[in-house]
Design a protein around this ligand. Structure first.
Ligand code: ADP
Ligand code: ZN
Length: 632
């Protein structure tokens, strides 16, 4: 047990961190004061620390209810590595193993016990819970208790009964990354949180670089990207199983160490792929969105979306699996107009829940269409991508983050107000009968059979922008949609209408500016690569703060980490994160004191691995620190 330690000492000793991140301390203090808490934080923000630190400071046991077996195992491994006694109770254990674990737990061996919700009701567990002191009950992925949420789990309702059955009500702490109001209210209400301290931290993930690229050949882009990031771990999400398989074959043929994951593989195949990825045997994972829930791998350096996802919610969650260790990581979406077609097809073929009425189904369909549209606008936006996402989630950024594909690109800005006026005129003239394709065709004066069928040549607008291509006109329409000057109907036909703002344009009080990318950072990198013979992204990577000699040391230490991970049968990132290794290369520690100053090296980890890493650093540098300054 941790006696006479404060929260800072616990953070340093066990986790090796020097300070708390935004929001962590507020929740920890509340818990230690006996107040219930609800923490709403994005993936990677550091929710675990919020209950693990107080768990060590409270007198009794902390129970953590968690929905995913793989996640529990990962968390317990990480805690054990940090020198904290923890265990998990779920269906992956035999009854005998569970009995044994509970016996140890009753004897006070564990401070933290992870438990699957369906275990709470079992006789064995109830008996155990009645005989020990439970100081806190933590509900991880708390949105699972809400029927409004995407992943409602009926077994989560068992938590409520369980708490009622306890002799003493423990402090309750609940955590989730889902921020919608309905879900929040449900969690407080269903769990019965008492005067909870609710904390919602910002959804911005500063270490993630966001970009949208429109390469002519996506597979060539992916290949080149992977080669330029050899040795780094990354996920490539595809919309369909077929896409996954095709890309997988291609990469395999090029000898890229790739694993794949989708619902068409059997559970054994999926398990093997997942482990190959987690244990860094295969650095690249190609998968459908079936992959990722419960994956805690912290050193994912990039997430590429081969196809546009169906919503910004999905995108932010999937992309957010990059850079959980806080190190620099990249989220790149490869967009093509075809993606919208694929997604609409997926929406059309979505299985319909028979319990809904026609009206409800219509509302759901409209919501899905709306989400898809928000996602496509993200892909077409020429302004700060981070700002776009944050606004969607109800926050305001600084307007320009300086660390996204758009903020880093050079744009050519053209005044297209005159063309915009003609577009507005046309949209009004056709009285909301048509979508973007017919409107653009009409304005350009196209003689496509379909348009003739509609009789569009009788409109005054017909051909009024015939000096422009249809693509050019569509670009301006997209800009006007983004600016809110035009709108589309919510159904799948997406018929164009003008908004109130359109009057400002027609009356000459508002300009429409078109921003076209002159050069994306990727193209710049490529031309740079031709000159220098090495292609690396223009954005900062975890290891970018190191010079070439520093990178060699990083590789050296990474090999050592892989070796130790094999010996201990745990994923490498559980030994030390990429960020910790990078910090070692910057600080070049030669003794215990210096090593303990490295971010992520706590006392227990030092006892276990410190000597081997010190030795490796000593060997590499020949013991002469002054000559080695590895940071740039
Ligand atoms: P979440 O559950 O919110 O997705 P995690 O709890 O997995 O996030 O934390 C993400 C990463 O951030 C982990 O590698 C964790 O060790 C690290 N981390 C958490 N808190 C801190 C901190 N105060 N200082 C440095 N790193 C931290
Ligand atoms: Zn930006």
């Amino acid at each position: 047990m941790v006696i006479f330690m404060n929260k800072y000492e616990v953070l340093k000793k066990y986790f090796g961190y020097d300070g708390f991140r935004e929001g962590q301390e507020i929740l920890i203090d509340a818990i230690l004061n006996g107040q219930d808490v609800l923490g709403i934080m994005p993936t990677g923000a550091g929710k675990s620390i919020c209950y693990q630190v107080p768990a060590l400071l409270l007198p009794g046991i902390t129970l953590v209810v968690s929905p995913l077996i793989s996640l529990m195992k990962d968390q317990v491994q990480a805690l054990n590595q940090a020198g904290i006694h923890a265990a998990y109770i779920n269906s992956s254990l035999t009854e005998n193993q569970i009995a044994k674990a509970l016996q140890f737990a009753s004897a006070g061996r564990y401070k933290i016990i992870y438990v699957a919700p369906e275990r709470l009701e079992t006789h064995m567990f109830l008996e155990f819970a009645g005989s020990v002191q439970i100081s806190m009950l933590t509900v991880d992925e708390a949105h699972c208790i809400s029927q409004w949420g995407q992943d409602f789990r009926p077994s989560y309702l068992k938590i409520v009964q369980f708490i009622c059955n306890l002799k003493h009500r423990p402090v309750l702490s609940a955590f989730t990354a889902t921020a919608t109001e309905n879900v929040k209210e449900d969690i407080v209400c269903v769990l019965g949180l008492q005067k909870p301290r609710i904390l919602v931290t910002g959804f911005d993930r500063k270490n993630l670089y966001f970009a949208v690229e429109t390469p002519r050949r996506k597979d060539a882009f992916v290949m080149e990207y992977i080669k330029a990031h050899t040795g780094e771990s990354g996920i490539i999400y595809c919309a369909t199983r077929k896409n996954v398989d095709t890309l997988y074959e291609k990469l395999r043929n090029e000898r890229v160490g790739a694993a794949r994951y989708h619902a068409g593989l059997n559970s054994e195949e999926r398990k093997v792929s997942q482990e190959d990825f987690i244990y860094d045997k295969c650095p690249v994972m190609i998968a459908t969105n079936a992959f990722g829930m419960g994956i805690d791998k912290s050193n994912v350096r990039y997430v590429i979306h081969y196809n546009m996802p169906q919503s910004l919610e999905n995108y932010y969650q999937e992309a957010g699996r990059a850079g959980r260790d806080g190190g620099q990581a990249e989220c790149i979406l490869l967009y093509s107009a075809q993606d919208v077609v694929i997604n609409r097809f997926l929406l059309d073929s979505k299985e319909q829940n028979q319990e809904f009425t026609q009206e409800e189904l219509k509302a759901i369909r409209e919501r899905d269409e709306e989400r898809l549209r928000t996602m496509s606008y993200y892909c077409m936006s020429k302004n700060c991508l981070r700002e776009y996402v944050l606004r969607y989630f109800g926050e305001y950024g600084s307007g320009s983050c300086g660390n996204c594909g758009n903020c880093k690109s050079e744009f050519e800005v053209t005044d297209v107000t005159e063309a915009a006026k003609k577009i507005i005129f046309c949209v009004r003239e056709v009285r909301g009968r048509y979508g973007i394709n017919v409107v653009a065709g009409t304005l350009s004066g196209s003689d496509r059979a379909k348009l003739q069928e509609y009789g569009v040549s009788s409109y005054a607008s017909y051909g009024s922008l015939n000096e422009m291509t249809e693509t050019g006109i569509k670009q301006i329409i997209h800009q006007m949609l983004l600016d809110g000057i035009l709108e589309v109907t919510k159904d799948k036909y997406a018929l164009l209408r003008s908004s109130v703002l359109s009057e400002e344009v027609t009356e000459g009080n508002r300009k429409v500016m078109l921003r076209e990318k002159r050069r994306s950072p990727f193209e710049e990198t490529k031309s740079h690569a031709k000159h220098t013979g090495s292609m690396s992204s223009s954005r900062k990577r975890a290891s970018d703060i190191l010079n070439s000699r520093g990178l060699e040391l990083f590789e050296h230490l990474r090999k050592l980490r892989t070796e130790i991970a094999k010996e201990e049968s745990v994923p490498p990132y559980i030994i030390f994160s990429d960020k910790t290794l990078t910090d070692m290369c910057v600080k070049v520690p030669f003794n215990r004191g210096e090593m303990l100053c490295v971010n992520g090296v706590g006392e227990n980890k030092f006892e276990r691995y410190g000597a081997r890493f010190l030795l490796a650093i000593d060997e590499f540098t020949g013991g002469e620190k002054e000559k080695y300054s590895f940071g740039d």
